[in-house]
Design a protein around this ligand. Structure first.
Ligand SMILES: N[C@@H](CCC(=O)N[C@@H](CS)C(=O)NCC(=O)O)C(=O)O
Length: 222
């Protein structure tokens, strides 16, 4: 199974995590995160939207991270990523869609992209506002985890896999020392969000987790 991605893509990381939990072997086909590569005729032939991840399994080509995870869940039935009861399935989809549509929707455009582009001075107010909104949403996630280990059901599910990479990216980019003067409030994540921090550790303890960690980040981490 080939996963087309660029290293550090949160949506692609979801798919790698799902493969890890399912015990599926995957080959990463790396693109550069540039418009030349993502919008090249060859890549647009796989995904007309020119976005990663794209999965190729035999003749099947699939885009959209959650569609790929749903495919994997049907193909390799255990462990189940979309719950074991109708209630769990509904709740997992609700959590995932809510997260994509309402919780994390502006994180890349309004927070991560300006930081990556070195626009923190010009965009300081927008970044701070978006981070305030993010804290409100993340506080709700923290409360949700108050009495449980995973977002839905007794084990890791597609909901956890959907949320985890996006949260990691947000923490990583907002905690850079170059922007500490903005005081975005993510550097002391563990103290502020202990339940979520314990949940992050649970995800990281999966034996295959390291295989999914973005190489590009690892290089920068040193
Ligand atoms: N809804 C899509 C989102 C995919 C997406 O936005 N991918 C980003 C990388 S994290 C991308 O390829 N961006 C490049 C672009 O839009 O040009 C999914 O879940 O897979």
């Amino acid at each position: 199974m080939d996963i087309h991605l660029f290293s550090g893509s949160g949506f692609a990381w979801r798919v790698l995590l799902a493969c890890a939990v399912k015990g599926v072997d995957f080959r990463q086909v790396f693109l550069q995160p540039t418009q030349e590569e993502l919008k090249s005729p060859a890549f647009l032939g796989l995904n007309p939207r020119g976005k990663v991840p794209v999965m190729q399994d035999g003749k099947l080509v699939l885009a959209e991270s959650m569609a790929i995870i749903a495919y994997l869940d049907q193909k390799i039935p255990e462990p189940k990523l979309f719950g074991t009861t109708p209630e769990e399935t509904g709740l997992i989809w609700q959590k995932t869609l809510d997260f994509d549509l309402y919780v994390s929707a502006g994180w890349v455009d309004n927070i991560i992209a300006p930081i990556v582009r070195g626009m923190t001075e010009q965009a300081a107010d927008e970044i701070k506002q978006a981070c305030d909104n993010a804290h409100t949403e993340i506080s709700a996630l923290e409360e949700d985890l108050f009495d449980k280990e995973w977002f839905v059901g007794g084990t890791v599910s597609a909901a956890d896999i959907a949320i985890y990479p996006m949260l990691e990216a947000l923490i990583r980019f907002t905690s850079k020392t170059q922007i500490e003067q903005l005081d975005l409030g993510f550097d002391l994540f563990a103290e502020r969000y202990p339940q979520l921090d314990a949940w992050r550790t649970r995800v990281q303890e999966h034996p295959e987790y390291q295989k999914t960690y973005p190489d590009f980040w690892r290089e920068l981490d040193g």
